[in-house]
Design a protein around this ligand. Structure first.
Ligand SMILES: Nc1ncnc2c1ncn2[C@@H]1O[C@H](COP(=O)(O)OP(=O)(O)OP(=O)(O)O)[C@@H](O)[C@H]1O
Ligand SMILES: [Mg+2]
Length: 241
């Protein structure tokens, strides 16, 4: 479970990217973090994963406070960042072994996982090539494979479906469903309304650093009819598609 309590982030240039937000993401649900470009999704996720310090408020993941015990929290989180352009000089397999080493995945377990993930995402043939030769979607896949390799309880994914082909996107969505169904935590961000509608049990809508809505997609549609700011947001996101 992820508990975000009154969290704020102000960047050096004075931009309040996240403004006093509170959210609870429960085990067993796929939670969508929905908002347009610049809404504050990535900033929130970077605080959740311990990459950015929190200015105000607290974040507690599986009962561990991220500011007090950053390493303990990082061990249980699987994080896919919004930028898959990493370790480009490594071969895919070297990258996966590197991640497996960091998270102490045994030789036996990693072999099994790499084989099954490689097959699922059709990446087995590419593993001996350098990441710099990969397409955007392949980079995205190798990062996702690295995250799933150490079998983390809590998945935090920043726009994970961007750049994936339909088949890989389907596989990842299916894996998110199974992970949530096994009573684990899945949170991901998207600016695509349709994705949130199809995949998420609950969503939070964020804009300009503030949470406008938390609940199911049906509830959001109802509320959008009554609240002009939410309706405007809804229409903007529909327009984008
Ligand atoms: N490192 C930074 N320094 C200063 N301002 C930043 C920084 N990163 C983000 N911002 C600003 O903070 C706000 C929120 O950005 P953020 O990246 O969290 O949005 P987002 O919802 O992830 O958007 P997108 O859909 O484009 O990924 C924006 O106004 C952005 O310009
Ligand atoms: Mg972002």
């Amino acid at each position: 479970m992820i508990q975000i309590n009154g969290v704020t982030k102000v960047y050096g240039n004075g931009i309040k990217a996240v403004d006093n937000i509170s959210l609870e993401i429960k085990d067993g649900e796929i939670f969508g973090f929905l908002g347009p470009n610049g809404a504050g999704k990535t900033t929130t996720i970077k605080m959740l994963t311990g990459i950015l310090p929190i200015d105000e408020g607290t974040i507690v993941i599986n009962d561990i406070d991220i500011s007090d015990h950053p390493i303990d929290v990082k061990r249980i989180i699987g994080y896919v960042s919004d930028n898959p352009n990493i370790f480009e000089r490594l071969k895919g397999i070297e990258y996966l072994n590197f991640i497996a080493d960091i998270y102490n995945v045994s030789k036996e377990d990693r072999k099994k996982s790499i084989e099954s993930l490689g097959e699922k995402f059709e990446m087995l043939n590419a593993l001996n090539d350098k990441i710099q030769s990969y397409s955007h979607g392949m980079r995205q896949k190798i990062v996702v494979m690295g995250v799933l390799l150490h079998n983390p309880d809590v998945w935090v994914l920043d726009e994970p479906l961007t750049g994936l082909d339909p088949k890989s996107s389907f596989i990842l969505k299916d894996m998110m469903r199974k992970h949530a169904d096994s009573k684990k935590t899945v949170m991901f961000s998207t600016h695509v309304l349709e994705v949130a509608e199809k995949v998420c049990d609950r969503i939070a809508v964020i804009n300009k650093g503030k949470i406008l809505f938390v609940g199911t997609m049906d509830e959001m549609k109802k509320q959008a009819k009554q609240e002009s700011s939410l309706e405007k947001m809804f229409l903007e996101m529909t327009d984008n598609e």
